[in-house]
Write a protein that binds this ligand. Structure first.
Ligand SMILES: O=C1O[C@H]([C@@H](O)CO)C(O)=C1O
Length: 574
């Protein structure tokens, strides 16, 4: 569709990519069953953006939804000097109302694999996402690896119930959990109630899918030539599922994570959590008379969803030639030692910037618990469940509107240092709050994300935490409760902490991160499982807002900033 194509305008070395997008609900069959999907320009997933380092990306976003606002977050893009285009409702901007058009305009300053998605309510789960690739610029750094071609695989999970019903379930008493997805999608394509893998198993529960190839739910086909090396750019925008990807008969070499080069290592399969991206290389060195399956399956929760499949089609074989080997089996969902071993293999590329030494400007301990508030099930951080305010934090901070959110800082550590993370909370009550962590500009901050038992005995879940506006170094993962002295685990000889923007906390474990608060703005830092954020599992950090030029008014025309601009509200005072 012509509308999907960017117009390119170059002046000297700088290029501006301009896109016109329309968001609307359409009918689509992501897995063979027709459903309502939140689409861009009439297609699902949204259009790919491919830019080069230094480019300016402009997206003119028109909201054609009938009754709800929309925003789009550019996941992994730091938005340095443009925090108001980060695309998070209540934090960086007011939602774009139905019928309105809003211009996002930001520079992409770091090569890597990224994606974009809705960041209002549960619009990501409704289908509002697409892939965003930033290539090295013509003059800039060379990539530390080579390949002959590349493919982008955007992974997601899909439910048949609408997100509106799910949201009501999450805030009902009794609580109604969204449960496991009906299907997993690769580039928006999956199969429900039938399986392409049934032919390998005479007692398969599902019938074999019958497909012509042109269906919206037909699997992706990656056409490759023998004896070449390809780059797979993998991004997970799942709402819930932790995934594992493998290519039948081929090992892969991991080279990039969350837009950062990592020390290459070879592996049979890749764990990928919601919010993460990886680049892997694979060489087409297998029998060229065959085609091969790529399989993606669920880990970290008891799987109730069949694998998603895509086909590696060695040319000149026909794509309809079925691989002789069945799809790779996904590793056991609860083999956490295996998951931890994979996460620990991700290390910074030799020669890349190591974390600054701990100066303990600030260490924030964030205890993740499942709680109840007035009979509702929520998630809380240090006993506070985040509830987004109607006035975006960025404007409230810039204009000193104190009434916009709770001014008492949230706790820097657990409510009770003796908290038993191995048992359900002794007192499950939590409070709702919207206060923020204000960080000294340019300070080094350590965060310890501490997992705990849920409301059910002997139960603790995976949570991938994503930070907007920053990359952080993943200092280490540990089991149990973080203790004084566990810092020594950060400094294992020869280990280079990787830079990432999303890091998982394992059940009953902790994850330690370090970052520099060098990006003026207000930034969410949250569990990337969408219903968990909806249930309050996140915090907001802010730094250096005083260094920002004027925040564009069109980003703040709601809540108290909206009233201020129209002359009816509390006047700003810095
Ligand atoms: O937030 C969640 O709620 C359920 C369960 O803990 C309570 O039903 C679940 O699996 C989650 O991840």
């Amino acid at each position: 569709m012509a509308m999907c194509l960017a117009t390119r305008a170059s002046s000297g070395a700088a290029t501006t990519l301009h896109y016109k997008w329309v968001v609307e609900n359409i009918f689509w069959s992501p897995d063979g069953q027709q459903n309502m999907v939140m689409a861009i320009n009439g297609g699902f997933p949204g259009p790919n953006i491919t830019a080069k380092v230094g480019d300016t990306v402009e997206v003119e976003l028109s909201n054609n939804l009938n009754t709800e606002g929309v925003v789009i977050h550019w996941h992994g893009i730091r938005q340095f000097t443009t925090p108001w285009y980060d695309g998070t409702a209540s934090v960086s901007q007011c939602v774009i109302n139905p019928g309105q058009t809003f211009l996002y305009k930001f520079k992409v300053d770091k090569a890597g694999t990224y994606f974009y998605h809705g960041h209002y309510g549960m619009q990501r789960e409704a289908g509002l996402y697409g892939s965003l690739i930033v290539e090295e610029g013509d003059q800039g750094q060379k990539e530390p690896f080579q390949y002959d071609g590349e493919f982008s695989l955007l992974l997601s999970d899909w439910w048949h119930q609408t997100v509106y019903q799910q949201e009501v379930g999450l805030s009902s008493d009794p609580f109604q959990w969204i449960n496991e997805p009906q299907s997993l999608l690769i580039n928006g394509r999956g199969q429900y109630n039938c399986s392409l893998a049934s032919r390998y198993n005479s007692s398969a529960a599902l019938p074999e899918c019958s497909l012509g190839g042109g269906e919206q739910w037909a699997p992706n086909v990656l056409k490759v030539l023998p004896n070449k090396t390809y780059r797979l750019r993998i991004a997970s925008t799942t709402s819930l599922a932790s995934l594992n990807l493998a290519i039948g008969g081929h090992n892969v070499t991991v080279v990039e994570a969350d837009g950062n080069y990592v020390q290459p290592f070879s592996t049979t399969d890749v764990d990928i959590y919601s919010g993460e991206t990886y680049s892997v290389l694979f060489t087409t060195n297998q029998n060229p008379d065959e085609n091969y399956w790529i399989s993606v399956g669920v880990r970290g929760r008891l799987p109730q969803t069949p694998q998603a499949l895509a086909l590696v089609n060695y040319l000149p074989n026909h794509a309809s030639k079925f691989p002789t080997s069945p799809p790779p089996v996904t590793p056991q969902w609860d083999d956490y030692n295996r998951s931890k071993a994979f996460s620990n293999r991700i290390q910074g590329l030799e020669g890349t910037t190591p974390p600054p030494p701990a100066d303990y400007d600030r260490r924030i301990m964030l205890l993740n618990t499942q709680n109840t508030i007035d009979g509702l099930t929520v998630w809380a951080i240090n006993n506070v469940s985040l509830s987004f305010p109607p006035t975006p934090y960025l404007g409230a901070l810039k204009y000193g509107i104190k009434a916009a959110f709770d001014q008492t800082p949230p706790p820097d550590t657990f409510p009770d240092c003796r908290y038993d993370i191995m048992s359900p909370p002794a007192n499950p009550n939590a409070t709702t709050g919207n206060a923020i962590y204000t960080l000294d500009f340019n300070s080094t901050v350590d965060v310890i994300l501490q997992n705990a038992n849920t409301l059910q005995p002997n139960d603790s879940e995976i949570h991938p935490w994503h930070m907007h506006g920053h990359n952080f170094w993943v200092l280490g993962y540990g089991d149990g409760k973080f203790q004084r002295g566990d810092e020594k685990l950060f400094e294992k000889a020869g280990r280079r902490p990787p830079l990432k923007n999303t890091a998982v906390i394992f059940p009953f474990g902790w994850t330690a991160l370090r970052f520099v608060a060098d990006n003026p703005g207000a930034w969410p830092f949250h569990c990337h499982i969408e219903p968990h954020l909806h249930m309050g599992m996140g915090v907001v950090i802010a730094e250096g807002v005083e260094f920002l030029a004027d925040v564009p008014r069109e980003t703040l025309s709601c809540g108290l900033t909206g009233m201020m601009f129209s002359g009816n509200g509390e006047e700003g005072h810095n």
